[in-house]
Design a protein around this ligand. Structure first.
Ligand code: N01
Length: 588
């Protein structure tokens, strides 16, 4: 497990450290979540010098910040983990099917120490700006601790869901009690015992935390703007025998996961729901419900493509809610009326059951929004709800918010924020025209949040390292996408999103969870293996679509191929939007 002594020593040392001025590295990495950690490991493995800056006091990214009660992964832990080291896979033991945040954070620390990564990371340090120097072909990076360093490559490992969305509710400053955001939870925890608690939001963070907060609070009021579908996790302790069985053939499981649109493996029924009888559908949904979790969406093959098929799973899920929640009026409010799985599906333990507790109330703020915070609570529709503490489970400025926090300036003084004003633009989601040698791990336009994040991270990092090693081999100075390739990719990302029902509702996938943001479907929904194949092709064609400049630079295949392990057969039989689009299957 994690070496806490070396960590404490390191954190203490960091507090006292002097700013680094003038240091030059091959690569600067922004963020020490899973993306930054794996990037650093690979950079070092290939002999690159690197500095990682991390705003938090430790590694882990999402799992460092999101310490709210009940936080846990909802991709099974034995898949929600790095796959690059078979020894690591064999040595680490996950305790639960969906392991809790402290255990995932311990894993991140374990990986950090096991691979000796900590010395290259500077904690409690937020990168404030990154500026491309067109005369020296390098990036100058500045931090809030006065560091001024430069590097040939700048790598954004800033995460997709890292910039907390704190809606500017009127009167926030008047509220007499604490206000916590789930994504920036106090490290010492929050004791809700005997308190009147208000939770704003009913997304994944709320759904995980509400049942636990309800156990402690004297009264809990949940302010719901949009009802959410949620499937039971049926979380459980993993037995040694289960772990042994998985580990006996771990590489095969990893390979199967890579062939899936989601980047993780679960049983998937190809049959379209609309071809099944009602009885067969109900049986299939019931079985899938009993297995629980995100794989519920694999009950039939057409659920995210055909509205009529989606209606059948939505009806089933609403009936489940009505079967659990005793008060019919509350059950009505909790029943979503949008497309099932359109917003990110939630996975819960006892969420709907919580509303049967006498001290838990649901307040609908869909038609009459939260008016203001008062000194003593929250006011909605002229009524004040008295509260001692407020939890904002209001989500994130997804995909681009963490880029927006850094002033990233490319060629001709153009900032990334300016370029992305109408929506993010990046070729393959890895790099953007006008920003040479800047890589984005799980950037917008890549599968990222629609795949298992750690697999998506590993594939991106491996691709980027093959690329960087090639640039070094040929003595190239810059690497940058070509405009029409970037444009075509963005067009493809948009086109393929229309094939899926996921693009039809308001959600953070399209940026509309926050007023004023452009509506653009940001992740690539074509399916993980489809995307991987595209990345492999681009590389095999000598980085087609990129300009490689300087030295003896050639657009040719790289010598180093970390990406070999990502060459999986394209499982076209598994329905993904790209597969559907390729076959021209008609969809709603
Ligand atoms: O955030 P969200 P989250 N007034 O955006 C509401 C991942 N994750 O932190 O739907 C009132 O989903 C908002 O309402 P609406 C996962 O990918 C994973 O919960 O916009 N309400 C919504 O109900 C997830 O999808 C896990 O109408 C307001 C809620 O706040 C993503 O992170 C666990 C409001 C925000 O929900 C984000 O999840 C946690 C306002 N002004 C998170 N503004 C796992 O299980 C917002 N809301 C692995």
């Amino acid at each position: 497990m994690a070496n806490s002594t070396s960590r404490e020593h390191q954190e203490q040392h960091q507090e006292q450290r002097q700013p680094e001025i003038g240091a030059v590295f091959d690569a600067i990495v922004v963020g020490a979540g899973f993306g930054g950690l794996y990037m650093l490991h690979r950079l070092r493995g290939l002999g690159f010098t690197a500095r990682v800056y991390e705003a938090g006091g430790g590694v882990g990214g999402t799992w460092y910040w999101n310490r709210y009660p009940g936080a846990r992964c909802d991709v099974e832990s034995m898949q929600y983990s790095f796959s690059f080291s078979e020894e690591l896979d064999q040595q680490w033991d996950w305790s639960e099917k969906y392991s809790p945040q402290p255990e995932i954070l311990a894993y991140a620390n374990h990986v950090t120490d096991r691979f000796g990564l900590r010395p290259d990371i500077r904690f409690d340090t937020r990168v404030t700006s990154a500026t491309f120097d067109e005369t020296k072909n390098c990036w100058h990076v500045e931090t809030d601790r006065g560091d001024r360093v430069s590097a040939k490559f700048c790598i954004m490992a800033v995460g997709c869901l890292s910039a907390a969305n704190r809606p500017p509710f009127a009167g926030m400053e008047d509220f007499h009690g604490p206000i916590h955001h789930t994504g920036e939870w106090p490290h010492e925890g929050v004791d809700f015992t005997g308190l009147r608690v208000g939770v704003i939001g009913t997304g994944s963070s709320a759904i995980q935390s509400i049942p636990i907060i309800a156990q402690q609070a004297a009264a809990l009021t949940v302010f719901q703007r949009t009802a959410t579908y949620s499937v039971p996790a049926w979380n459980e302790k993993l037995t040694p025998e289960y772990r042994r069985n998985v580990k006996a053939d771990y590489p095969a499981l990893r390979a199967k996961a890579r062939a899936r649109p989601t980047g993780f493996y679960f049983p998937f029924n190809m049959k379209p729901a609309l071809e099944a009888t009602e009885e067969e559908r109900t049986r299939q949904y019931e079985e899938a419900w009993q297995r629980g979790g995100l794989p519920f969406l694999g009950a039939f093959g057409d659920l995210l493509f055909e509205k009529a098929a989606n209606d059948t799973i939505a009806d089933f899920a609403r009936a489940k809610i009505r079967g659990i929640v005793k008060d019919p009026a509350t059950a009505d409010l909790l029943c979503p009326d949008n497309v099932f799985g359109c917003k990110r599906l939630c996975v819960d333990t006892g969420y709907f059951e919580t509303y049967n507790l006498p001290h838990v109330k649901l307040v609908d703020v869909s038609k009459t929004p939260i008016q203001r915070f008062t000194a003593r609570g929250i006011e909605v529709d002229g009524k004040e709800y008295p509260l001692d503490v407020i939890v904002c489970a209001t989500g994130f400025a997804a995909m681009t918010g963490s880029f927006d926090r850094i002033k990233i300036t490319g060629r001709n003084g153009l900032t990334l924020a300016e370029k992305w004003r109408g929506g993010p633009r990046a070729y393959l989601g890895v790099a953007s025209v006008g920003f040479p040698n800047l890589f984005m791990i799980t950037g917008p336009g890549s599968p990222s949040v629609l795949a298992s994040m750690i697999q998506a991270i590993e594939q991106h990092v491996d691709w980027m390292l093959d690329c960087m090693a090639h640039l070094r081999d040929v003595g190239a100075t810059t690497f940058e996408p070509i405009q029409n390739y970037e444009d075509e990719w963005i067009e493809h990302v948009n086109e393929v999103s229309k094939v899926s029902l996921r693009s039809t509702c308001s959600s953070w996938y399209v940026g509309t969870n926050i007023a004023g943001r452009p509506r653009v479907f940001m992740p690539y929904i074509g399916g993980f293996p489809v995307y991987v194949q595209k990345c492999n092709e681009v590389m095999s064609r000598g980085f087609e679509g990129f300009v490689i400049d300087g030295g003896t630079a050639r657009n040719e295949e790289p010598r180093v191929r970390l990406t070999e392990r990502w060459r999986v057969p394209l499982d076209i039989d598994v329905i993904s939007p790209a597969a559907v689009a390729a076959r021209r299957v008609p969809v709603v």
